[in-house]
Ligand binder design. Structure first.
Ligand code: NAD
Ligand code: MG
Length: 388
């Protein structure tokens, strides 16, 4: 039986993953979560996990009590997360949100596992490191972000040399039809509502600002090695075409499917096979219309930042990711406006570039973690000036 572990099991991707795991026969090794102990313990009991880990040490007693008599081990804290990643598993889902997902993913790769990567932040902040770690240990990384799973599927049996360009689609987020001048007043609640996808709150707000798409452009560059000028995002309000690959002979291969993350998760879970998945099928006659349009860069400045980051290379991705997370924290705490996020991230990038902090030939974990901390501090400081 395939041994599987799920990091970030209590989140949106984690729960969809457990839904699929629960329908098949798998040997569940580790499940990890955060503060939602009730969910974590219930899933660990139901799926007979070997161990359940909460990221928060002060939640250990609660987790122990919730697992009493179940035979599931309880553990807590960063070291326990890393230990869980060291437990042998054939397939590991990386679905912690934010750069906190990087270290457990790297640890799992060292054991030559197949890492299903939903945590796009780890590719953005440390892409070369992650890919090198996978190569060094004969591990496989499978993309779980819907756009990247779509590109990956369109590339089966193809040579990368035959690829002219990659287009990923974007819904435009919850505020796409708002007049530009109203955007500055958008609240976290308004930005946190998505027209098509049901996701975690942070990624939903990132969809409205298109920081999510900006991350995904960088993710495309890091994962597929495609040059920045050959990668673009296009607005597609229906969210049914997830990505398109343009080949040198003029063929454009598109991947279509319902807006349900269980497709990309299930593809990675069953890869290289395709098995039945409980996702709804598209009726194209009913869909009738698929629209596409160029994103307005004034509305979505994060997209221009993404291309600048890809062009700069080095530690620019680590700065971008951390500054973006800090900007989102500040927006969610109502300390900056929706429209302050992109200028804030740009300020952090410029400031750290001026200090020579983006340069690096090879990226190490220590460099990434240090840069991450520095970018967050710089973002908070720059935000104080912004609001002063
Ligand atoms: P979520 O907020 O719903 O869940 C996050 C999970 O991470 C939870 O289990 C939480 O307990 C855990 N977590 C949070 N902070 C942690 C920390 N510091 N240490 C350890 N664990 C921590 O998020 P989500 O929407 O499921 O997204 C997970 C990842 O997948 C993100 O990287 C996101 O960008 C990516 N992703 C999500 C979707 C989606 O549809 N939700 C689609 C594509 C990619
Ligand atoms: Mg996506």
């Amino acid at each position: 039986m395939k041994k599987v572990s799920v990091f970030g099991a209590t989140g949106s991707i984690g729960q969809s993953t457990l839904d699929l795991i629960g329908r098949g026969s798998f040997d569940v090794v580790a499940l990890t979560g955060g503060a939602n102990i009730v969910q974590l313990a219930a899933d660990a009991r139901r799926l007979h996990a070997d161990v359940a880990v909460t990221a928060f040490p002060d939640k250990l007693d609660e987790l122990r009590a919730a697992l009493a008599g179940s035979g599931v081990e309880a553990a807590a804290g960063q070291a326990a997360l890393e230990d869980a990643a060291d437990r042998p598993a054939d397939w590991v889902m990386s679905a912690i949100v934010g750069s906190a997902g990087l270290v457990p993913g790297l640890r799992a790769l060292r054991h030559g596992t197949t890492l299903a990567l939903a945590n796009k932040e780890s590719l953005v902040c440390a892409g070369p490191l992650l890919m090198a770690e996978a190569r060094a240990h004969g591990a496989t990384i499978l993309p779980v972000d819907s756009e990247h799973s779509a590109v990956f599927q369109a590339l089966v049996g193809e040579e990368m040399g035959a690829v002219e360009g990659i287009t990923i689609t974007a819904s435009g987020g919850g505020l796409r039809d708002w007049p530009l001048e109203r955007l500055r007043d958008a609240t976290p609640e308004q930005a946190g509502t998505h027209p098509n996808w049901d996701m975690g709150q942070r990624i939903t707000i990132d969809s409205a600002s298109m920081f999510n798409k900006a991350m995904e452009l960088i993710e495309t560059h890091e994962f597929f090695g495609t040059a920045p000028e050959r990668i673009q995002a296009v607005i597609h309000p229906q969210s049914l075409v997830h990505a398109l690959v343009q080949f040198r002979d003029g063929a454009l291969m598109a991947h279509l499917g319902a807006a349900d993350m269980r497709h990309a998760i299930g593809y990675a879970l069953n890869w290289p096979e395709r098995l039945d998945l409980p996702v709804s099928r598209l009726d194209l006659a009913e869909v009738a219309t698929l629209e596409f349009r160029k994103p307005d860069l004034e509305r979505y400045p994060a997209l221009s930042l993404a291309h600048a980051v890809m062009g700069r290379g080095g530690l620019a991705g680590a700065v971008f990711n951390a500054a973006k997370e800090a900007a989102l924290d500040l927006f969610m705490a109502r300390m900056i406006r929706f429209t302050d996020m992109a200028p804030l991230v740009e300020t952090v990038l410029d400031r750290l570039e001026a200090q020579g902090r983006l340069e690096a030939d090879t990226i190490t974990l220590d460099m990434v973690l240090e840069t991450d901390g520095l970018a967050r501090v710089t973002a908070r400081e720059a935000a104080t000036r912004m609001t002063a």
